[in-house]
Design a protein around this ligand. Structure first.
Ligand code: MF3
Ligand code: CO
Length: 248
């Protein structure tokens, strides 16, 4: 069942999303050569706690951290570690969210560590742009497949791959609600969007082939061909005219 959020509920989601948005500014500043992904995780945990929020990834299906920190060929769900130290030229995808007053937020960004290659920067840019191409299609009465197809077309026309094994999702009182929000599909297909739906739209893009696998830690998702990957996610609300992006 897809829930429709009331104006009051959307206001609560806005507050939750505001924290996640602010935390990205802090973490973006910390992303530098020499920083471990565990240090980023600790800063995130402390920030959420300080603001009365609960990290929503922590203990989700046994996940052991506040953020997912995925470096280079890691696509998503990288577990923070003191041994994972960022170096010049890396790219890092940080995915995180919280529960505030019962309402979830969820967002992801890929950041450059020091000076990165032109190719890595293009991957980050295309991934972010694919999100915006997708949400151009979002409004009351549109089909979910319109969004999915727009993301896929943009990514593939830029020569990159769209991950199939993981998708976006509805969000609200739960981190993962209906519907699933794939980053691939056919325009005109899928569920009809309605004002008040809350969605986490999150293209995961690979520089090479789109096939991925999970490492032995049971979490970290990596590209099979070792190519770089990027992730960009925002929590949005469908409106009559379009959508409101809550985590940006
Ligand atoms: N944030 C991820 C998503 O967008 C979920 C992370 S799984 C977790 O759906 F276990 F790390 F929480
Ligand atoms: Co998500």
């Amino acid at each position: 069942m897809i829930s429709i959020k009331s104006a009051k509920q959307i206001e609560k989601m806005r507050e939750s999303c505001k924290l996640t948005k602010e935390l990205f500014l802090i973490l973006e500043d910390m992303v530098k050569p020499g920083v471990s992904t565990l240090e980023l995780d600790k800063a995130a945990y402390n920030f959420y706690k300080k603001h009365g929020a609960t990290p929503n990834f922590l203990n989700y299906d046994g996940y052991p951290a506040t953020i997912c920190a995925s470096v280079n060929d890691e696509v998503v769900h990288g577990i923070p570690s003191k041994h994972k130290v960022l170096k010049d030229g890396d790219i890092i995808s940080i995915d995180m969210g919280c529960i505030l007053d019962g309402w979830h937020s969820d967002a992801a960004r890929t950041f450059a560590v020091g000076k990165i290659s032109e190719e890595a920067q293009r991957l980050i840019d295309v991934t972010r742009e694919s999100f915006f191409e997708g949400i151009k299609k979002v409004k009351h009465g549109a089909k979910l497949g319109d969004l999915s197809a727009a993301i896929q077309n943009y990514v593939e026309s830029n020569g990159y791959g769209v991950v199939r094994d993981l998708v976006g999702h509805g969000i609200g009182r739960l981190m993962h609600e209906d519907p699933s929000v794939p980053n691939f599909g056919k325009a005109g297909h899928g569920v009809k969007l309605a004002a008040g739906m809350a969605l986490a739209v999150e293209p995961m893009v690979t520089a090479g082939d789109y096939h991925v696998s999970v490492l032995d830690d049971d979490w970290t998702v990596v590209t099979d061909d070792g190519s770089l990957a990027a992730h960009y996610e925002n929590t949005i609300i469908v409106t009559r005219e379009g959508c409101e992006i809550l985590t940006l």
